[in-house]
Design a protein. Structure first.
Length: 352
């Protein structure tokens, strides 16, 4: 642990550096400290902080910049989230005040709002779908052998997939299959639709002369409805903070961000997780060296979970430069997750 004065100096350097992105000298620190100390004293304390690995010297300046360890100490012990400005509050309220038709539209807009407000890359995942129930399954003909399978759930979401059916499949068989499937699925939660239930449906389809190939359509559309969609916005902002001109690495970075499984792993989102303790309800910050890819060494990831009561929990996140203004960004995420949860609760209220 540091002395109170050392903590004050470290905090001052980090707050100054995240605003100016320039190395911070002892005179700058001295002028910003709330207590009166000499420049020599500040230099000595800065030297101690450097020895402890919390500050680093740059080649081009006599000033200091925070190290990864310095940021971690600051985040763990010194940070105080700040209240968002009225202009930011008004923008959030305005962009969320739309007639959304599906949960995913709200979640996708959440990622866009966060990216617009920060100029960073933003992520948003909706509440878990394990308690969502099926309200209907339909097959809509598009052409002689092309159809659209539609699954509707009780949270207002509609999932659809387009398929080409075998030439021997006729309309009567399809209608019979749809009736059998609805008899088995309507009112059941997505999480309860397992291999055993699907096998039972397949047996019914075959025994009653319905089109068994419809089962493949059903499985695909259920898988789509049950999967957690991760929305990303502001990918181009990654380049503003990327210090490497290697085109291959830039392509790899974009590929990493575009992969849904990689994203879920990156932000630590797990639909089975519960908020088991107080720490998981806080905004979590992972620095570049703590992230699973070397491509992200100059970035930091801020992740926050939000709760929509019985409808489950979701996640929002920001990926930005290591020298971001953490107190402002954490304050923004803490406020925004509450507003997003309220918007989703209002939406779900329409389906009671």
């Amino acid at each position: 642990m540091l002395t109170e004065r050392q903590e004050l100096i470290l905090k001052t350097i980090i707050m100054d550096f995240t605003q100016t992105h320039e190395p911070v000298g002892s005179k700058t620190v001295m002028n910003q400290l709330p207590v009166k100390v000499s420049s020599a004293t500040v230099r000595n304390e800065m030297a101690v902080l450097e020895e402890k690995g919390l500050l680093e010297k740059t080649h081009s300046s006599s000033g200091r910049i925070p190290s990864t360890a310095g940021y971690r100490y600051y985040l763990d012990h010194l940070i105080n989230p700040v209240k968002i400005p009225a202009s930011v509050y008004n923008q959030i309220v305005y962009q969320l005040d739309q007639p959304f038709q599906q949960v995913n539209e709200i979640v996708q807009e959440a990622a866009k709002i966060l990216s617009d407000l920060t100029n960073y890359t933003a992520f948003a995942a909706g509440p878990e779908t394990h308690s969502v129930k099926v309200t209907g399954f339909r097959i809509v003909p598009l052409s002689s052998h092309q159809v659209m399978a539609i699954l509707v759930t009780d949270d207002g979401n509609v999932k659809n997939q387009i398929y080409t059916l075998p030439h021997h499949t006729n309309g009567e068989e399809i209608e019979k299959a749809v009736r059998l499937i609805n008899d088995q699925l309507v009112g059941k939660s997505l999480s309860s639709i397992n291999e055993v239930l699907l096998k039972r449906i397949a047996d019914h389809l075959i025994a009653r002369g319905a089109a068994p190939e419809i089962l493949d359509l059903l499985q695909d559309v259920i898988k789509d409805a049950a999967s957690e969609q991760m929305y990303v916005d502001g990918q181009i902002n990654l380049l503003s903070n990327y210090e490497n001109d290697d085109l291959t690495k830039i392509k790899s970075l974009y590929k990493l961000i575009d992969q849904n499984d990689a994203l879920s792993s990156l932000i630590g989102f797990n639909p089975e997780d519960e908020l088991k303790n107080d720490s998981s309800s806080k905004v979590q910050v992972k620095l570049g060296s703590e992230l699973p890819s070397d491509l992200l060494e100059n970035y930091s990831l801020l992740t926050a979970q939000y709760s929509v009561g019985k409808y489950g929990k979701g996640t929002i996140a920001l990926l930005g430069p290591t020298n971001m203004p953490y107190s402002q960004m954490i304050g923004l995420l803490e406020y925004f997750r509450n507003e997003l949860a309220k918007k989703l609760l209002d939406y779900y209220g329409r389906f009671k």
